[in-house]
Each structure stands twice: as structure tokens, then as C-alpha cells.
Design a protein around this ligand. Sequence first.
Ligand SMILES: [Fe+2]
Ligand SMILES: [Fe+2]
Length: 255
Amino acid sequence: MKILFIGDVVGQYAAKKLAEFLPGFKRKNNIDITVINGENSANGNGITPFSANILLPVSDVITTGNHCFKRVEMNSMYDENDRIIRPHNLGEGVRGKGYSILDFGKHKFVVINLMGSAFMQPCDNPFKAIIELLSKLDTPNIIVDFHAEATGEKKAMLYMLASKVSAVLGTHTHVQTADEQIFDDHTAYITDVGMTGSHDSIIGAEKEGLVNRFLNYVPTRHIEASGNIQINAVMLEVIPETGKASSISRIMNLI
Ligand SMILES: [Fe+2]
Ligand SMILES: [Fe+2]
């Protein structure tokens, strides 16, 4: 099975460009499953039903992260739609689901969203949370979106989950790393998939305001930059009988 995983989409313009780009790309590369991190796909931060509805027709699962509950209009969508997930380790009683099951009859794939604990908002221990969750799942085909800031925390997650899941894919920093690998001859890994958003920007946002904030301490809003869109993603191949990832390749496309 070929899986395409798209890094954090920043802003509605990028979401629309991605939605136009994906059908042809998926056909050409025989993609079976598409996962998109959509936590920043709305204009002005977070995800909204409007931006989610741009991405839903071209994806199987939308993952999120620390911005999952930024927008109040999104509340009911987490309850109603199994294909949009938020970090699993947000604690008991929180709306929405932390994982999504894709049932292909003969094989099941599970996409799990987890959030890191270092330099992020408070959450349950992601390591303990995923050990507990894995004990309940009955498929070897497991893709983890580990939405985390610290590179060390992401590598620790890889080493703990090596041979137990098909992929540990880092998101959140919006900067793609060049360390994609198959670890233990089983688990695909990259520290950060990167972002899908304006190339000429500061992690997807308009530059001038952010520079002014660093220079002069002027509070500023993140305004989605425009212009060329970069698509950051990884493509994986997973053998569904064993859950083994046999390849991972990094994508950095300008459209
Ligand atoms: Fe993000
Ligand atoms: Fe994030």
C-alpha cells in the first residue's frame, strides 16, 4: 500500500492549491492512502469546517496538533467526522478522537495523532498513551503523526516504537528534515515532514510582521503569505501483511 503524508497545511490558499495538485499526483504515483496534517489550514490559525472541507475530498484522514481546538466553529466536526482527528493524548473526556481506522476489508490501517510534551502545551505523556493504545489495536499497519517540537522527543518515540508501528512521522515545526529512513528494517521515520504553504514566508506566515515582532516587540498576527506554494510530504510503501515499511521518500515540490 502506498501512503502519502502531507506536512502541516498553512492557510486556505495553500489548502486549495494542494487540493488541485493532489488528484493528478495521486493517480501518477498510485497512492492508496492520503493523510494530511490540516491543523493550520484555516486563515488566521487552526482548522475550520471550511478549510477541512477543502481537504476532505482529497484525503483519507486529516490529522491536527496543538491548534486543533483553536476555532470554536470546528467543535461539532470533531464529534461528527471520524476522519478528522486530534492528538490522542489530550486526556479523558476531550471531544473528538485521537486515531482513525481505515478498513480495506482484508487489511486495516490506523492513523494515530500524538502530541509531544517538550515545549508544547500540557498533555498526557505521549509515550505511555501510545503504548496503551497499541495494546488495543489489532493491525500491524499503524501510521503515527507525532506532532512535536523537540527533535530528541521525536527520535525517542521512533526508538520506542521501532518494529511496533509502520511509521513515525514528525510534524509541527514546518521545516522539513533530511533524515528520512527505515529503522530496524520496519519503521519509516522522519523528524519533520515540513509544511505545505507559502515558500517565501516564515513557516507559512507573512515575513514583515514577524520580523518586526522579533526586532521591536510589536505584537503581530500570523497572516498567511501568498505566492509560490511548497508542498512538503513523504511517500511510504507499507506491506500490509506485516506492517513493514519498505520505502520512504521525501517530497519538496513547488507549485
Ligand atoms: Fe502547524
Ligand atoms: Fe503545531
